[in-house]
Design a protein around this ligand. Sequence first.
Ligand code: PEP
Length: 250
Amino acid sequence: MARRKIVAGNWKMNMTPSQAVALCAELKDLVKSDDVDVVYCVPAVDIVPVVEAVKGTNVEVGAENMYFEEKGAYTGEISAAMLVDAGVKYVIIGHSERRDYFKEDDVLLNKKVKKAFEAGLTPILCCGETLEQREMGITLDWIRMQIKSDLVGVSAQQVASMVIAYEPIWAIGTGKTATTEQAQEVCKAIRDCIAEVYDAATAEAVRIQYGGSVSAANAAELFAQPDIDGGLVGGASLKADFGKIVGYNK
Ligand code: PEP
């Protein structure tokens, strides 16, 4: 069965609650789609108003992060149960900005992935190499290491339902997109890694996004690749162009 494309916006630390509601209104008609899943991953304080703002539309809401503990003395953190209760369906885990600035490692991210599944959230698990790693020729080894470590103890059925985002760090927010060939090569390697660790059916089912300066100009070519099932979009998710990315095949 063909995999359904999924285009998710990562708003990062942008949009106050009132700006968020205004953006939802601006994008509402532009992101309508019958064949692409559309997700807005928004800052924590925007979750409640955005869930309300997208009610009755084709848009689902995602969080940009969560903590793995159930509840308790973890000042500043947000639990999976809180997200679910607020109406969130997806959660980005392991974005390179969190790995880099907030020192989130694969042991922690594995706990987050497992907790997200336990709560009924769909993780969008990010992986990606630095420019230095790419130039050293270790991109595929690095990505395989990230995927295998982050998915320890995760079942085949869970993996089949999740989203993995390949985001070369050097392409995030830089305007430098990976070439279509580079993006396809790594997304295929991720699928091959899933086949190796799990089985062919799981690899066939898991959705793999490309992220890194996706724009209205390059989305169609990237998303046409056999192993790229959509995109995780930062900068371009905050403007009308996001509608063109969702409608890449129109
Ligand atoms: C991202 O934040 O995940 C991302 C890919 O950002 P951008 O599209 O701005 O490069």
